[in-house]
Ligand binder design. Structure first.
Ligand code: P53
Length: 485
């Protein structure tokens, strides 16, 4: 026996990439409704209106002018508007997840569906939608795993408050949490606060117009406080809640044994571990405070913030793992590799996906060891997977052996971490278990699913679902609790 008996096998999705129904049932606009599709070579664009009514666009890395508001251009295609339409297909999709034997299903709640402006107005139809989804999951004995906020924010809060830069957003977020915690307290046990909190920097994700380090880290402080307050509140509402954090984990190796490279890798890794430190240990690490000093970043805190962070530490670490990277002290080695990775060094020992993501199964075991050695709380792999172009054969079948191969090796690495290293791993939810819109590029052709959805990058397609070869493979993995790979 390797994986625990109650191991949470499942799959993961997010509202903005899967749900669609962007204005259905009283949903308000979210920032992500105003970002176009792109590709590996062409960035997604945010469309907005300036204070003077000019219509413009910027990439996610660029700042928006002060006073700019999100704008949905009727002549443009926005992949999140329909996405792969979970909104109208949830019964069919959940039946397919049940057929694979899912024990859990990770999804996010769209904040703007519950609170259309993000303020304290509640949309009952939105709450009823998620009730229906949770009931459908529970009917098959599938445990919902809910990301409270995955990469978006109600447009109104971005437009009016500058999103997470404004302390008031913390209060509105907690109102949203209280609403969903109370409503779903008997249906949902597993929660996580912010998806990939270490990646949040753009207007689409956190509603901030200026994304320099001063603004970014102020917003992040507010996210930390909001997450901690949500943990405290959730445990008051239902002491059985398991509330985790979520980080994108990309371990970095030194490019050589030159200590300079080792230091560079250490700094890269600290960049993400900082987020775990605050949410698991409840304090900012010393190196970050020193860096704030050097960079002249001043975080505005309220008197009891430190106490809130200390009290609101999480129950488990949820993380995504797709790839590893390498670090070098020599800037000439550091190139922007592939799709939407961070600046990094190409690792000659690893192959990459078509989008330039380095495939590294052992890196997953290394990550599990590092995280468990360092934090000693349960771990949950809430995303992992292989984005690839799938080819539908004449008879409708899809032989995604490359995906099966990726999962096989990664699950074997997880097994080693559990059986050889003693890591406390509670579950595994491969990303985009059903095809959905890519966050990085907005494409449909970068597919992750066990289930294929007929939709292309321009919105053409029937949205019909079909089972890929990996569907049957994963079903057997779950049925044997990971013994058959
Ligand atoms: P896509 C970059 C690197 C690692 C994880 O990503 C990332 C990203 C963002 O692009 O995000 C997570 O769709 C995220 C999901 C996302 C998934 O990874 O760019 O939590 O929303 O879809 C895969 O291939």
């Amino acid at each position: 026996m390797s994986f625990r008996k109650d191991f949470l096998w499942g799959g993961a999705t997010a509202a903005n990439q899967y749900e669609g129904g962007y204005l259905s049932g009283g949903k308000g606009l979210a920032t992500l409704d105003a970002i176009t599709g792109g590709s590996k070579d062409q960035p997604r664009m945010i469309t907005f209106k300036t204070k003077d009514g000019e219509i413009k666009e910027v990439t996610r890395e660029e700042a928006l002018p002060v006073g700019a508001v999100g704008y949905v251009d009727p002549d443009k295609y926005y992949p999140s508007h329909v996405a792969t339409d979970f909104y109208h297909h949830y019964e069919e999709d959940i039946a397919l997840f049940a057929e694979m034997g899912f024990k859990c299903f990770r999804m996010s709640i769209s904040w703007a569906r519950i609170c259309p402006k993000g303020t304290d107005e509640i949309n009952e139809a939105g709450l009823a939608f998620y009730d229906a989804v949770f009931d459908e999951l529970l009917k098959y004995g599938i445990e919902p795993v809910v990301t409270i906020n995955h990469f978006d924010i109600p447009m109104y809060l971005a437009d009016e408050l500058d999103g997470w830069n404004n302390r008031k957003t913390v209060d509105y977020f907690i109102f949203f949490c209280e609403t969903i915690f109370k409503r779903y307290k008997d249906k949902v046990k597993y929660w996580m606060t912010f998806n990939e909190i270490n990646f949040l920097r753009s207007w689409t994700q956190i509603g901030i117009h200026q994304n320099d380090n001063q603004h970014r880290y102020q917003a992040i402080h507010h996210l930390f406080v909001a997450s901690a307050k949500a943990v405290i509140l959730g445990h008051e509402i239902n002491p059985d809640f398991q509330i985790g954090m979520m980080v994108a984990y990309i371990p970095s190796y030194p490019m050589t044994s030159n200590p300079e490279d080792v230091m560079a890798a250490l700094e890269f890794n600290r960049g993400q571990e900082f987020f775990i430190d605050v949410q698991v240990k409840g304090t900012y690490p010393a190196h970050k405070l020193k860096w704030f000093e050097r960079e002249k970043i001043v975080i505005q805190k309220e008197a009891d913030d430190d106490e809130i962070l200390k009290k609101g530490t999480v129950d488990y670490i949820g993380f995504s793992y797709y790839m590893s990277t390498a670090s070098s002290a020599n800037p000439e080695n550091v190139k922007y590799v592939g799709g939407n990775q961070q600046p990094a060094v190409k690792n000659p020992y690893l192959e990459e996906s078509e989008w330039g993501w380095a495939v590294d199964p052992l890196g997953l075991r290394i990550s599990l060891c590092k995280l468990y050695d360092r934090y000693q709380i349960p771990l949950f792999i809430v995303e992992n997977g292989f984005g690839a172009v799938d080819v539908v054969k004449e008879d409708g079948s899809i032989d995604d052996d490359y995906r099966i191969d990726y999962f096989k090796k990664h699950i074997a690495a997880m097994k080693d971490a559990v059986t050889l290293d003693g890591v406390d791993l509670i579950g595994y939810t491969p990303w985009g278990c059903i095809d959905l819109v890519s966050a990085g590029t907005g494409e449909m052709k970068k597919r992750y699913g066990f289930i294929y959805v007929d939709l292309d990058d321009h919105g053409n397609g029937t949205l019909e679902r079909s089972r890929k070869k990996s569907f049957y493979w994963y079903k057997d993995v779950i049925a044997t609790n990971g013994e058959n790979l």
